[in-house]
Design a protein around this ligand. Structure first.
Ligand SMILES: [Zn+2]
Length: 335
């Protein structure tokens, strides 16, 4: 069993795989796990593989990978068609409140339909309100034998200690930019070299996010390009240009706007890093910082970063996005 392929679809994450291989060898595991990592780090993939492995019809065959991916149970779970995998999500709300968690408790004693187990995938578990977490505790304390909880979260430290003490935290592996680059090159046909490098740097070790960034589309590198343009305009300090440009930014989509502001801050941070011989995060090493950055004092760049931080906070605090952007454009020209 030592050489058995466990979760072959999951890249890296050797510790997580070893832990499950061990649990499966002993025929037992915890009834709840926290899968921690940023978006795109493979939490959903890992959760589906854990569920599939627990019910795989070939799980006792040491020659078969685990999950086998071929049996009926594996196919149902891995394709998202199993009625025994119940997803609890916050929908379009900012937090995961107590109601959906109470509904979990009410359904706990309904036995599984197909197999011997049923699973609750709790998405954005870090956004559970304290009341929701306390309600969940009641289910985590003594669930029926056939229930397994998988809590997907970005940061396990946001969970109550009492929740964490009942569910081992498994942190998804973060990959180096070099590994991410290599992975993207193998995965994306005819990928543009500078896109790959940027995406690999920006993704912060998350392969799923890197792929999304690299493939662009509405999100991804589109936002990256907008952030680069915003940084360039802030550096050149021409008020009218900046004002015209910010009016084109997505004021309705606050999450996208915050991401653009954060990325622009990251670009300005690179300007200072380049001056001091540090590593670039936003710009690829080949491309370097924009030429306009060469003429600007570190003090002015620091001041621009401060304005961006304030704009991000104001957008997060639900101030009018257009007002925030116009203030940013006006004040950046005044420095
Ligand atoms: Zn199977």
């Amino acid at each position: 069993m030592a050489d058995r392929a466990v979760f072959p679809e999951l890249i890296g994450n050797e510790r997580l795989k070893a832990l499950f291989a061990d649990g499966l060898r002993r025929g037992r595991g915890a009834h709840a796990y926290v899968l921690e990592g940023p978006p795109g780090s493979g939490r959903h993939t890992a959760a589906r593989l854990i569920a599939a492995a627990a019910l795989c019809e070939n799980r006792d065959d040491p020659a078969s990978p685990l999950p086998c991916g071929r049996c009926l149970s594996c196919r149902k779970i891995l394709s998202g068609r199993s009625v025994d995998v119940l997803t609890v999500s916050r929908g379009d709300r900012a937090t995961l409140g107590v109601e959906p968690v109470r509904a979990v408790r009410d359904s706990l004693w309904v036995t599984p339909n197909d197999g011997e187990k049923k699973f609750y995938f709790i998405e954005d578990a870090h956004l559970m309100t304290p009341q929701a977490q306390n309600a969940l505790l009641l289910s985590l304390e003594e669930p029926p034998d056939y229930v397994m909880f998988l809590l997907l979260c970005e940061d396990a430290s946001l969970l109550l200690e009492t929740v964490r003490s009942r569910a081992p935290v498994l942190t998804m592996e973060r990959f180096t930019p070099a590994f991410t680059e290599e992975w993207l090159n193998a995965r994306v046909k005819n990928a543009d070299r500078s896109r790959v490098v940027r995406a690999a740097h920006l993704a912060g070790g998350s392969l799923g996010l890197a792929l999304k960034l690299c493939q662009g589309g509405d999100a991804g590198l589109g936002r990256y390009d907008q952030a680069g343009e915003l940084a360039r305009l802030l550096l050149t300090g021409r008020r009218s240009d900046a004002a015209v440009f910010v009016s084109s930014l997505p004021t309705k989509d606050r999450a996208a706007l915050r991401q653009i502001l954060t990325l622009a801050r990251c670009a300005l941070r690179d300007v200072i890093a380049a001056r001091r011989g540090g590593d670039l995060l936003f710009y690829s090493p080949e491309e370097g910082v924009p030429p306009a950055a060469g003429k600007i004092s570190v003090r002015r760049v620091t001041e621009l970063i401060r304005l961006l931080v304030r704009a991000e906070d104001d957008v997060a605090a639900n101030l009018s996005a257009s007002t925030v952007l116009m203030t940013l454009a006006a004040e950046s020209a005044g420095i």
